[in-house]
Design a protein around this ligand. Structure first.
Ligand code: HEC
Ligand code: HEC
Length: 456
């Protein structure tokens, strides 16, 4: 009761002081709102700094706010968890093979496309294009980064894969990506990397009989390739699938080790944790701190972009506009159906996980309006390096992203999970200034950030 009286009295004083400041023209009315909010958020936790002035004022946080900031820090990222579906995930030899394959355009029939064509190390493992594009044709989606992706439960914008190794198989056969087939890739890898392969995965099958193992066979749309695949015996298809799965497992052993590096924000979070305002003021400008305040506060960004990777790992429809001439993208509502059907999923015969380890897949949510047009919440570390933005690459820059969050139009079809923010231009700019503090080169063994020496 007494606390409330004191708070009431100080509110009266603040309002009085604010009125005087406005009347005397020291502050405009908009800024007073921010100042009053600042005072309240700092007193809410009980140990805030009250009315600070000078360069450190922007860095006055309540205890609750300091807790939220710390929860976003890389210091809170747990060690990379093992992937029970990939017994080779932490094998350095598997990673060395995967490293070679990631940069090897031999995994495409015309020798022009490798994983690194689209996931370019110098572009934070993205490609700078609105939509991924090879051989002059666009794919329907934007290339996301793969940095830190090993912490995800689901892969692709719609989560149609449930492991990194199963994901790595799909582009190899997608006509609009590598465009190859599993028999061709199994043969290519065993011919070129046979001893490396056997050192990791044990004896490889003999694929020399081309009547049993046709050069181009795969369960894909192309009729010739499909017929060749269906003409094989079940046992031979199994042998090919096993090699194909192992190719994915080695690529995953490599790519799972590419993690986000420590950014200026992480140093700020460490200073915030111990409430060292002097250090905070050295690390962040007042604008960057305001951006962080809006990000965790009024902007409600942390409803979805939370934890050390700035993603809650789930799927949301945020009512994005469609690129001209494109059709509505179902997103998660189709991705769920695809992942449960996938022979390479966690419960399938090529997975090394026991059923009990496949919790995400076993308890997957398959129905609900919220899945329609929903896409995976992307992490925001080094987001400045991965423009254009969103699954459909619709926004060229962060200004355009902020305009969307400010207006938040309703989604059609489906339901948008956003509420319009109506930030001022200055507030939007502050949020962007904060997002830029999340940039840092990936944390990975240096040799992993370029092709293996003999491949350059
Ligand atoms: C033609 C460009 C292209 C090539 C080649 C390519 N990717 Fe991708 N990658 C993409 C696009 C586009 C997406 C998003 C597709 C989607 O969500 O439907 C993606 C998604 C991913 C994801 C999921 C990331 C996430 O956030 O869930 C991973 C991991 C990945 N690719 C790894 C690879 C690997 C490994 C290879 C090589 C075997 C590869 N990619 C080849 C363009 C490419
Ligand atoms: C309701 C959940 C939700 C909230 C709240 C939210 N986001 Fe997002 N954000 C998403 C989803 C989902 C995507 C990807 C959407 C897509 O591609 O369809 C996304 C994408 C982004 C991207 C693009 C990243 C990329 O690599 O393409 C940025 C930047 C971003 N959000 C920043 C913010 C900021 C800043 C806020 C607060 C003002 C915020 N988000 C609030 C869910 C959310």
């Amino acid at each position: 009761m007494r606390g409330r009286l004191v708070a009431g009295a100080s509110l009266a004083l603040i309002v009085l002081a604010a009125t005087i400041l406005i009347l005397t023209g020291v502050v405009d009315a908009g800024n007073v709102g921010a100042a009053v909010r600042g005072v309240f958020s700092s007193s809410a936790g009980g140990r805030g700094g009250g009315l600070l002035s000078g360069p450190e004022a922007a860095h006055s946080w309540s205890e609750a706010e300091r807790g939220i900031i710390a929860s976003l820090s890389l210091d809170r990222l747990p060690p990379l968890p093992p992937d029970p579906s990939n017994a080779y995930g932490d094998s350095p030899d598997a990673a060395a093979l995967g490293h070679a394959l990631f940069f090897d355009s031999g995994l495409s029939p015309d020798g022009t496309v490798a994983c690194s064509t689209c996931h370019q190390p110098q572009s934070y493992f993205s490609d700078g294009k609105a939509l991924a594009n090879v051989r002059d044709s666009d794919t329907p989606r934007h290339t996301p980064t793969i940095v830190g992706i090993a912490y995800s439960d689901w892969f692709y914008w719609d989560g149609r894969k449930d492991s990194q190794w199963a994901q790595a198989l799909a582009p190899q056969e997608a006509a609009i990506e590598h465009g190859g087939t599993r028999t061709a890739h199994a043969r290519y890898v065993l011919e070129k990397f046979g001893s490396q392969y056997e050192a990791v995965f044990g004896p490889a099958p003999d694929l020399s009989d081309r009547s049993r193992f046709p050069p181009d066979a795969a369960p894909v749309e192309d009729e010739r390739r499909l017929a060749a695949w269906e003409g094989m015996t079940e046992a031979d298809r199994g042998a090919i699938n096993r090699v194909f799965a192992n190719i994915g497992k080695s690529i995953a052993a490599y790519s799972r080790r590419i993690l986000p590096g420590r950014s200026r924000f992480d140093d700020y979070a460490a200073a915030a944790l111990v409430n060292d305002r002097k250090r905070m003021a050295e690390l962040f400008s007042a604008e960057e701190a305001e951006g962080l305040r809006l990000f965790i506060g009024e902007g409600q960004c942390t409803d979805c972009h939370n934890g050390p990777l700035f993603t809650n790992g789930t799927f949301h429809n945020i009512g994005l506009p469609l690129p001209e001439g494109s059709r509505f993208d179902q997103g998660r509502s189709l991705g769920t159906l695809q992942v449960v059907e996938d022979v390479f999923n966690c419960l399938g015969e090529f997975s090394d996980a026991g059923e009990e380890a496949c919790v995400e897949l076993r308890f997957i949510k398959l129905e609900g309006e919220e899945l329609i047009g929903a896409f995976k919440v992307p992490g925001l570390r080094s987001v400045a390096e991965t423009a254009p933005y969103m699954h459909n690459g619709i926004f060229p820059d962060l200004e355009a992203v902020m305009r969307h969050y400010n207006h938040a139009p309703p989604a059609f079809p489906g339901h948008s999970d956003l509420v319009p923010l109506a930030f001022t231009e200055g507030q939007s700019e502050a949020v962007i200034a904060f997002l830029l503090t999340l940039s840092a080169p990936p944390d990975a063994p240096a040799e992993f950030l370029r092709p293996p020496a003999n491949q350059e």
